[in-house]
Design a protein around this ligand. Structure first.
Ligand code: BGC
Length: 826
């Protein structure tokens, strides 16, 4: 069986050069010609948190955008408008399969159409520069090539459904600390070879209809004003013809942003475009012709997604329906990385299982921040294994709870939101399934307007599953009154932190406010009232706060002892460990890579009690696993999305092979060569140049816990030969194990002798292909090495330079497990 390797090949993206493209351009020009200066400037500013205004005079409907990237949240940021939740982007990259990424994109287009969304705010293609990056889970890889291939396939998938994308965050938004102000100092070579490279590959391979410019500054200029990188590089050199949307509240200056190539300032209505832009044109600080350029691009996007009358959309036939739950499950099991499997501990032998860990019951399925979506159902590991194994085979114990703080009022709560005006009259209600209110812009309950809204009350009941002292609290800023079982425990104002992130109401930390002794199974009334007040300078109208809760915190030693006892009595112990939303989210970075709480102690104790201990890690980015040599197997399950527990059962029972390979090196923080995320005097120097990820680990001669590309399956592979013709590499592999399997054949390119100067990484990923074969069968992987793999960016001449000479082609199972080599001279 042959499989052709990767390359960002384009399959969507109507361009302005085709006949259809020419017709669309004509409609766009006509529409533009009929707009006055005020309407033009209005079109470039959000009318609310998620959309642009309709302009009925030219047949333009409102264009709606939504996050992204694991699902389509829609214009509501609450659990009462559910979405399919796919595995984290790190997981998507771990499948090393552009075909799968394309299907994920196509599903998201289907979700977007269902929710009336025209542009998906995704994919995130920043790089894993430091493992401490808070949104690491939301990006693909430390490798620009893998990121570009997966990103291009994803964009092609979304756009094949007629929905736009904004590839984000352009560029060098690789960490969260001081994200609005940090000046990332990046050398030109590193910019070109690493950080810009995925964007360049996606523009070439998928012709995205949008990009999103980042909050941060690069080399002294904030990205929403970066004339050089946006106008000269992205548009000029690469030919990007889509829309440039600001990250939310990233645009700061009307004239500089427009001249810097920013088309749309989001969100609205308070932005530096709209009215401010109209004034700048009237005052002569900008010309209408300059505004026209941006309007033209927005109209082109509107035409592509089908909201501009008279223009044929890029996709006219609705694509075939996709089963979202089935794809979420398939993607999850294809992403799971089997890091260790001593004595074939997995798949599980029939027998009893002690399932341990808080995350086995309350599944950790996605990362936090703007990437959050609310699925209609979640299959936890406990649900998945209980359904897959014979009745009575699974015994559950919490063992250790990593949640060091209060979580959304979800489990056991039945809540609704009641809106009142200043006189206390009820003016509207809405369900509030998890105690989290995030109403943005015009998305208020029916009958409610920002002018009439005074108080929002979350009211309902809570039925505890455990007896003991329960903690209740608030998240967000403003005035709160918290009442539990008739007693008011808190009645005060939470002020925003000085110099805090402007989105603190969304991402800030929860505050404990009440400790109440409750009895399992006995419901109590709960009420949290919040006085609605827009913070000063808020860019858009939003009501954002939450009721949060924590179950009785039991003695950790006792919990571990219970788990040990369960493990001792079972044939196998499966421990599910995880990070929490406080660890991996938006708006802040991580401080360390440790698993929160007592989870490390738990694993060690369980492993000591049962040699057949399997650890499942639910984390979107690297965590340290100091016990990894003490357990039989380690399965990295990422944030696996809503069907994670079902996929876990598929893989543990052996119904399917875990298909993932690490898209990023996993090692300890002490060993990691590049970690810094905290700016000094406002600047973060990317001192390491082109050496991040495996490039840096190899340069420093350090051995990580698990190398880039690593991942085991349930069969074995022999690498038989590698042939090179021109720049095409053919690798023959044989399934030498006992069951059918899938192999990710990775091809690294190592410059030899003079080709290794100027200083270059010892080797880099230059291609890969996924092959399948039955036991004893062979398969051929065909990989085309892209020309760029031979090039370096010449900083003196400011151009790509092809480095002639000899290179070793190294094919294998990871960067550290290279099985076969060949030489190529160019
Ligand atoms: C994030 C973007 C996101 C936007 C809208 C920003 O805070 O950085 O990734 O698309 O919010 O939610």
């Amino acid at each position: 069986m042959a499989a052709t390797g990767t390359g960002p090949g384009s399959d969507t993206g109507a361009t302005t050069r085709t006949a259809a493209g020419t017709a669309v351009e004509a409609v766009v020009e006509r529409a533009l010609g009929r707009l006055g200066p005020d309407a033009k400037t209005r079109l470039l500013a959000g009318q609310d948190a998620w959309s642009l205004p309709a302009l009925p005079e030219i047949g333009l409907r409102s264009l709606v955008m939504s996050d992204g990237p694991v699902g389509v949240r829609g214009v509501r940021w609450t659990a009462d408008d559910p979405s399919i939740a796919l595995p984290s982007p790190t997981a998507l990259a771990a499948a090393w399969d552009p075909g799968l990424a394309h299907r994920a994109g196509a599903l998201l287009a289907q979700e977007a159409r269902r929710k009336g969304v025209h542009v998906l705010l995704a994919p995130t293609v920043n790089l894993h520069r430091s493992p401490l990056g808070g949104r690491h889970f939301e990006a693909y890889s430390e490798d620009p090539y893998l990121t570009g291939v997966i990103g291009a396939a994803y964009v092609n998938g979304v756009q094949s459904g007629g929905v736009g994308t904004t590839v984000k965050h352009f560029v060098a938004n690789d960490a969260e600390t001081d994200r609005f102000t940090v000046d990332n100092r990046v050398g030109e070579r590193a910019l070109r070879e690493l950080y810009l490279a995925p964007f360049e590959a996606i523009v070439a391979g998928a012709r995205p209809w949008g990009v999103m410019t980042a909050y941060n500054t690069v080399n002294g200029t904030t990205m929403t004003e970066h004339h050089h990188l946006v106008n000269e590089v992205l548009r000029g050199e690469w030919g990007f013809d889509g829309v440039n949307v600001s990250d939310w509240s990233a645009a700061r200056d009307t004239v500089r942003a427009l001249r810097g190539g920013l088309d749309v300032a989001m969100p609205g209505p308070r932005t530096v475009y709209g009215e401010a832009l109209a004034t700048a044109v009237r005052d002569g600080r900008l010309t209408e012709t300059e505004v026209d350029e941006a309007v033209r691009r927005v109209l082109r996007l509107a035409a592509r997604v089908g909201v501009l009358e008279g223009a044929e959309p890029a996709v006219t036939e609705p694509p075939a329906p996709i089963d979202g739950e089935a794809l979420a499950r398939e993607l999850a099991r294809r992403s799971f990385v089997l890091l260790r499997n001593e004595h074939d501990a997995l798949p599980l032998e029939p027998g009893s299982v002690a399932l341990v860990g808080a995350a086995a019951r309350d599944a950790r399925i996605l990362g936090g921040g703007s990437a959050t979506v609310f699925p209609a159902r979640v299959v936890s590991p406990l649900d998945g294994l209980t359904a897959a194994l014979p009745e009575g085979a699974v015994r559950y114990a919490v063992g250790a709870d990593p949640a060091t703080e209060l979580a959304f009022a979800d489990q056991g709560f039945s809540l609704r939101a009641v809106c009142r005006d200043a006189r206390g009259t009820v003016i509207g209600t809405r369900s509030a399934p998890n105690g989290q209110i995030q109403w943005m812009g015009s998305d208020l309950p029916e009958g409610v307007t920002p002018d009439t809204l005074h108080t929002v009350e979350l009211t309902g009941t809570f039925t505890p599953r455990e007896s003991g002292p329960h903690t209740f609290g608030t998240k967000g800023t403003g005035a709160f009154t918290l009442t539990v079982a008739g007693t008011t425990y808190y009645d005060d104002v939470q002020r925003p932190a000085e110099d805090g992130d402007p989105f603190e109401a969304f991402f800030g930390s929860p505050q404990p406010r009440a400790r109440v002794e409750l009895t399992a199974g006995e419901p109590v009334e709960v009420r949290l009232a919040h006085v609605f007040a827009l913070p000063d300078g808020a860019p858009f109208k939003a009501v954002a706060f939450a009721l949060v809760h924590q179950e009785p915190v039991r003695d950790p030693e006792e919990l571990i002892a219970e788990a040990v006892e369960a493990a001792r009595a079972a044939d196998t112990a499966v421990v599910v460990v995880a990070t929490t939303e406080r660890v991996e989210s938006e708006g802040y970075d991580r401080k360390d890579l440790r698993l929160p709480g007592r989870q490390d102690d738990l694993v060690r104790a369980v492993a000591a009690a049962n040699p057949n201990t399997v650890v499942v890690v639910n984390a979107g980015s690297p965590v340290e696993m100091p016990w990894r040599e003490e357990v039989a197997a380690v399965l990295l399950g990422w944030f696996p999305g809503q069907e994670g527990g079902a996929a876990l059962a598929d893989v543990l029972t052996g119904a399917h092979e875990p298909g993932g390979r690490l898209p990023t090196t996993w090692g300890s923080l002490a060993d990691a060569p590049v970690t810094e995320v905290v700016p000094t005097d406002g600047a973060l120097a990317y001192r390491e140049g082109v050496f991040i990820g495996y490039r840096a680990w190899e340069k420093e001669n350090r051995t990580p816990a698990y190398p880039f590309g690593h991942g085991l399956g349930y069969t074995a592979w022999t690498y038989e030969c590698a042939d090179v013709t021109g720049t095409t590499v053919r690798v023959r592999v044989r399934n030498s194990g006992g069951r059918a399997g899938r192999e990710v054949v990775q091809v690294y390119l190592a410059p030899v002798g003079t080709a290794a100067t100027p200083e270059r990484p010892a080797r880099q990923l230059a291609g890969f292909a996924v092959v399948e074969a039955g036991p004893g069968e062979s398969a051929e992987a065909v990989v085309e090495i892209p020309g760029r793999a031979f090039e370096v960016w010449d900083e003196a001449d400011r151009r790509w330079s092809f480095v002639k000479g000899s290179y070793e082609i190294q094919a294998g199972r990871s960067i550290a497990d290279r099985r076969i080599t060949a030489t190529i001279t160019v």
